[in-house]
Design a protein around this ligand. Structure first.
Ligand code: 3HC
Length: 315
């Protein structure tokens, strides 16, 4: 029977159909999805912090309303991603415990600080831009609940990307100080945004990696390097429109390949940040834990209310 189930799973994958929670699946498939979806959910929740930092200091009421809506969208994304992970048999409480204990990851990018208002623009433009490039193919991920969650997430991310671009557009056409602020933000976020796609496909820095297996399972549709290249090709013309330069002297258009070539990425920095030693790792986790502890009464109240409703229904 196990063999029959696995043949059914393989059949769904090779026919490019969706796997649903009721279907039998290899343990490795379930584990890798829990790892990726939990990591993705945590990224959305931790990702609220760098931009949340600017809500109270946004330069106008309109900017503040937009930024608040955007940060709330990230919370919503986190919540449906936790729900998607729960369909694989993992409890939300457990995922949060693993995050707080440093046993599940979140994206490297959220360990960098937001020093000026222009960073809200650079995050929207570059970080959400990179997130969309990575997440649009996930709408075709073989696991149904994850793929479906990605559809709405991607729509909202495109709005986020545009609002970030527009923040920088206005700054880049402002005073000399504002232009300098936009340029400084682009300088600081460019390389970490390229690292978001994960380690290179080959060479010493690849360090094993899940790509080949995840592509065979229809979880990943493109390799990390392919998505990174697509992102560079999309973003360079946008930087030119903004009138900002990207901090890479090696960035050149390659007539032969039709792609933008770029310089080497500092993978030591990437692994350092993953290891917990980025500029804001400690601050992000301690803020997250404090928010969790301060929210304990809300969770207790919700449980008490649910118990009361259940008791009434039973009476
Ligand atoms: N940050 C932290 N860890 C990363 C990483 C990054 N940017 N890129 C790769 N890694 C980790 C992997 O998790 C893996 O470690 P593990 O085995 O301990 O889990 C290791 O580095 C090797 O990487 P692989 O490429 O082999 O791993 P994957 O096949 O899982 O690919 C990925 C990595 C492309 C990031 C993939 O997991 C993915 O597509 N995830 C979903 C997207 C996501 O998580 N996005 C989060 C950032 S964007 C966002 O949250 C939206 C924003 O608007 C708030």
């Amino acid at each position: 029977a196990v063999e029959e189930h696995m043949a059914y799973f393989d059949g769904l994958v090779s026919a490019d159909k969706r796997i649903e929670p009721r279907d039998a699946m290899p343990e490795g498939y379930r584990k890798t999805l829990i790892r990726q979806i939990a990591q993705h959910a945590h990224s959305e929740i931790i990702g609220m912090q760098p931009e949340g930092n600017w809500i109270s200091r946004a330069p106008s009421l309109r900017r503040k309303a937009i930024l608040m809506a955007k940060v709330q969208d990230e919370a919503g994304h986190g919540l449906y991603l936790y729900s998607a992970a729960e369909t694989l048999g993992m409890d939300r409480e457990e995922m949060l415990d693993l995050l707080h204990a440093g046993k599940q990851k979140y994206s490297s990018i959220f360990n960098y600080p937001t020093l000026t208002w222009a960073d809200a623009g650079a995050i929207g433009w570059l970080v959400d831009g990179a997130a969309i490039m990575n997440q649009v193919p996930l709408c075709r991920c073989s696991y149904g609940p994850y793929a479906r969650a990605m559809i709405r997430v991607c729509k909202e991310e495109s709005f986020h990307q545009r609002q970030g671009f527009e923040i920088l557009w206005v700054l880049a056409r402002g005073t000399e100080e504002q232009k300098a602020m936009a340029q400084d933000a682009a300088n600081r976020w460019w390389w970490p945004a390229l690292m978001m796609f994960g380690p290179p496909d080959s060479g010493e820095q690849a360090k094993g990696g899940h790509t080949a297996q995840n592509m065979a399972w229809g979880i990943k549709r493109f390799t990390n390097d392919d998505l990174r290249q697509k992102f560079v090709d999309m973003t360079v013309p946008q930087a030119q429109k903004l009138g900002l330069t990207l901090p890479d002297p090696d960035l050149t258009y390659n007539e032969e390949t039709g792609h933008w070539d770029f310089g080497p990425i500092d993978w030591d920095e990437f692994w350092r940040v993953l290891g917990g030693d980025g500029p804001c790792n400690a601050e992000r986790i301690s803020h997250r834990k404090a928010a969790h502890d301060e929210g304990a009464w809300v969770r207790e109240a919700a449980v008490a209310y649910a118990d009361k409703q259940a008791a009434r229904a039973g009476a």
